[in-house]
Design a binder for this molecule. Sequence first.
Ligand SMILES: C[S@@+](CC[C@H](N)C(=O)[O-])C[C@H]1O[C@@H](n2cnc3c(N)ncnc32)[C@H](O)[C@@H]1O
Length: 359
Amino acid sequence: MRIKKNDILTVDKYIYEALYNRRSGYYMKGNPFGISGDYITAPNISILFSEMIAIWIILFWENLKRPKKFNLIELGAGNGEMMKQIIKTFDRFLLFKNCCKINILEKSIYLKKIQKKKLKNKNIKWLKNLSEVSNIPSIFIGNEFFDALPIKQFIKKNNEWYEKYVKFSKLNQPEFVDILVDIKKIEKKIGLKISHRQKFIEYSPLTTEYLKIISNKINLNNGGLLIIDYGYWDKNMKNTLKSIYNHKFNDVLNNFGRSDITYNLSFKLIEKILKKFLKKEKITSMLIGPGAGSNKKSFLLNLGILKRAEIISKNLPFSKKADIYFRVKRLIDKHSMGEIFKVVLGTKKNVNFQTGFIN
Ligand SMILES: C[S@@+](CC[C@H](N)C(=O)[O-])C[C@H]1O[C@@H](n2cnc3c(N)ncnc32)[C@H](O)[C@@H]1O
């Protein structure tokens, strides 16, 4: 749509138009990653991140008793960097590689072009939608995927619930307005009690839609969903909506279509949604790096990222060695991504696979 004066949009519609409008959306017309972009993601920080994920995928497949046909589905593949490194690792495990069918779900036509160029001749299927995923055991992986999906926001004031909207009274000066809603009616429609003990809600209808389809695929064919994303496990939801422009925080209402808009996932809510759709589910979680204090939980350390860093840097000059370790530190240090960036695995209960998730 083309926004006009006095238009009023729900927050999820506002985010959708800002990020995914076919002509002017942020993700539809440019490459947001790296120094010349607005932000950097884990696969673009260090190839070791993608290597660890690749090894984890192979071990997951082994745990499923090496099915002869197996799907890997990457959700939102960005500039294709993670998939490029994953395939490079798979090349050293041919038994697995011959069983693995690689799929990508990508909304941005612009990024899809970059992916197709980077991953030329790699035998990848770009999916139009998730119902195209073939009915064989499948692992779905989303790295910073769900935090890029639009959310609705609701706020409780004087015991009444209001939905947040963005109003364009002046075209280039949008503002937030709160509109009274019947939250019970909304909860009935979506089949989830999202307001229980909350004062603020961030809820993504699109995430729920995807989790439903993915859960149905897993229920039918076995497999799992690995979510790697920014988020928190606290019971209380909070207002985490933020915008990034040129590597700096930006007002969510500024630079419409030119800045990224993202939020931190409420993993409690993700868990609630998965419990609704995934039959006899098992949901496990880990921090990507060791957390604060003596709580040394870390998905990447458990998978041996430091050992791998040691191996690949062995005969390199000091500056290259330092660069490798600097990048790994960025991933696992609690002051950068280590604590807020989390890994969540959803499977059926009978999949007894804990690699990466136990110390
Ligand atoms: C924050 S980026 C992360 C990219 C990549 N996973 C990485 O870690 O570098 C989000 C990605 O999800 C894609 N995306 C957003 N909404 C989508 C949707 N509904 N379906 C498919 N892809 C989507 C974006 O275009 C982008 O490629």
